[in-house]
Design a protein around this ligand. Structure first.
Ligand SMILES: [Zn+2]
Length: 192
C-alpha cells in the first residue's frame, strides 16, 4: 500500500518541470536548424538555483528556463535557447561553443525580425579582440565565465556567422576545424 502511494510522487519527480512551449518560434527555429529532434521543449519562467552567474536564460537537458530579466525580451531569449535545444540533432552540432552562441543569436534575430538591425550593429562594432584561450571554451566551461566574457564571445561568434555564412560554417564543421580555423576562414587576422 505504501508503494502505491509513492507512485504519483515518483512520477511527478521524473517529469520535466514547466509547460510545453506552444509558440510558433519552436517550429521556426527547428526548421532554420534543419533539426530532427522530436522531443518538445518545456518552459519554466522564473529563477533556478543552478543558473550560471548573471544568466537570463538557460537550456537544460529537458527544459528551458527564462528568468525575470530575460522576460522583457521573451521571444528573443526563447528563440536563442531553442537553438541550444535543437542544435545537437542538426547539421550544426559540434560547432565551437562560442560560435554556437553566435548562431543562437543569429537565428533568434532572424525569427524575431531584428536580424538587419543586429547585423548593422555587429558591422559597426567590428570583430572584438577576445582572449584566445576562451575560443575553445566548452558548454560546460561557458557557465564559469562572467556575463561580460560570455557576451563578448557571443558577439564574436555572431560576427563569425555573419562573415562566414551558414553554408561555410557547415563545411568547416565537416572538416573538423579547430576554433582558430573558423577565425582564419572568416579573414580575421590571427594575433600573436
Ligand atoms: Zn546561449
Amino acid at each position: 500500500m505504501r508503494c502505491l502511494l509513492l507512485l504519483p510522487f515518483l512520477f511527478a519527480a521524473c517529469q520535466a518541470p514547466g509547460e510545453v512551449i506552444t509558440s510558433p518560434l519552436v517550429d521556426e527555429v527547428k526548421s532554420a536548424l534543419e533539426s530532427t529532434r522530436s522531443e518538445a521543449p518545456r518552459l519554466v519562467l522564473g529563477e533556478e538555483p543552478t543558473m550560471p552567474n548573471g544568466a537570463r536564460a538557460v537550456c537544460y537537458e529537458n527544459y528551458i528556463v527564462i528568468m525575470g530579466e530575460g522576460q522583457d525580451s521573451l521571444d528573443f531569449f526563447l528563440a536563442h535557447e531553442l537553438v541550444h535545444w535543437y542544435i545537437d540533432d542538426s547539421p550544426y552540432a559540434g560547432l565551437p561553443h562560442f560560435i554556437e552562441e553566435g548562431l543562437a543569436d543569429w537565428i533568434s534575430c532572424e525569427v524575431t525580425g531584428v536580424l538587419e538591425a543586429r547585423i548593422a550593429e555587429s558591422v559597426q562594432i567590428g570583430t572584438l579582440s577576445i582572449d584566445p584561450r576562451h575560443l575553445s571554451v566548452t558548454s560546460a566551461g561557458w557557465s564559469h565565465l562572467s556575463r561580460g566574457e560570455r557576451e563578448a564571445l557571443t558577439r564574436a561568434g555572431f560576427d563569425l556567422v555573419r562573415r562566414l555564412g551558414l553554408a561555410e560554417l557547415r563545411e568547416l564543421l565537416r572538416a573538423h576545424s579547430e576554433p582558430w580555423g573558423y577565425v582564419r576562414a572568416a579573414g580575421i587576422l590571427e594575433t600573436p
